[in-house]
Design a binder for this molecule. Sequence first.
Ligand SMILES: Nc1nc2c(ncn2[C@@H]2O[C@H](COP(=O)(O)OP(=O)(O)OP(=O)(O)O)[C@@H](O)[C@H]2O)c(=O)[nH]1
Length: 414
Amino acid sequence: MLSKFLIPRRFFSRNIKDIKRRIEIKESKEQELEEEAEERKRRFKKKFFDSLRIYVRGGGGGQGIPKYGGVGGKGGDVHVISSKDITLKTVYDTNPSKRYIAGTGTDSRKRYLLGEDGADKEILVPVGVCIKTDEGRTIADLNEEGQRAIVARGGDGGSPYNNFLGQKGEVRSVTLDLKLIADIGLVGFPNAGKSTFLAAISRAQPKIAEYPFTTIQPQVGTMMYRDYRQITVADLPGLIEGAHVNFGMGHKFLKHVERTKLLLFLVDINGFQLSPKYQSRSAFETLLLLNKELELFNPEMLDKPAVLAFNKIDTDHNSNADHVIELVKNLPDSLSEVPKEMHPNRLVKFDEIFKMSAKNRENTDIIKQRLRELLDLYAGLKETDKSLLADFQNLPSGDKPYSSNKEIRKIKLV
Ligand SMILES: Nc1nc2c(ncn2[C@@H]2O[C@H](COP(=O)(O)OP(=O)(O)OP(=O)(O)O)[C@@H](O)[C@H]2O)c(=O)[nH]1
């Protein structure tokens, strides 16, 4: 009788097999993701240096001779000099020990009472390097070719002022922090089409693929105009929701946008989803999350002039873009459309909002032109310059598909 209610053994074994198979698939998928992340890290480490900590020591001063009043030579200084023809990787490759020590001054001798100064040590670094101490103090910003800073001073030679004892040179570790210098910073989550846009408007040939994190190092493209004017655009990869808690590559690359004069926000009109594991975000939510990440990194970034482009308009068969643009124009009222945790404290104010298809090069030329106009406008803009403000308001709007009605903000000139 009881056997009637017994479930056949084969049923269990089939189910267990099925569960095991599913667990295996899940594990192998997780492993694949981990391996992918490792590979990204490895490639990133190999290819792009944007920070290097080095040890620097000034040379010691030579000894003096009290009996004859001889003065020891001064120790050499360690200099850092900016050069266009160098990368941080070359700095590392030419001296993997990362130790830079200047020469010591020679002692005073009976026949040569004045000791010779020690040789200075010169370190060539790329333009755009900011030199910082371990305490976070900035020693120098080398933003132009040929600028120079002393990072460790040599000790004085022995003389009557120090009982003829040569002094030790300065010793410390400093970080060479490279910030790219570009006119425009492209900000957008992975897969938004940043590289495609960069390739469409400039001579950069970034890697483009259908999975996030294609770009693992910042790219700088140069937009050329007919009159040979050049404007540089930096594509900053790796920014994702949660970057402020070091998710993905965290805020690692955002420092590169700090020095740009204008931000171009790129948002996929279909929204964003990091992977099937994560929640998908609408285009409007994506924009607010981008805003929030920038705010959490450095709220001053929100003061920069900004342009917004909704990309992949060719795939927007339901004309979702028009609705989203309305939402952006109606900020902050439209914040009620999204959960509170996505609300930024401060909203970016956009000078222009565009729809585009980077892939089909739809509207890319208009955006390129407009970016130039805005850069010129802001570069010449002074708070008191009323005529420019008036000019701005009268700029031809025929070509632009959408333009925000916002008034011109008082901007800080960068
Ligand atoms: N349909 C369509 N696809 C596009 C458009 N722009 C880019 N894509 C595609 O979107 C994918 C991602 O483009 P990328 O340019 O690599 O995106 P990205 O923002 O640079 O991505 P990361 O490098 O991961 O930060 C690629 O498959 C592109 O071909 C567009 O306007 N329309």
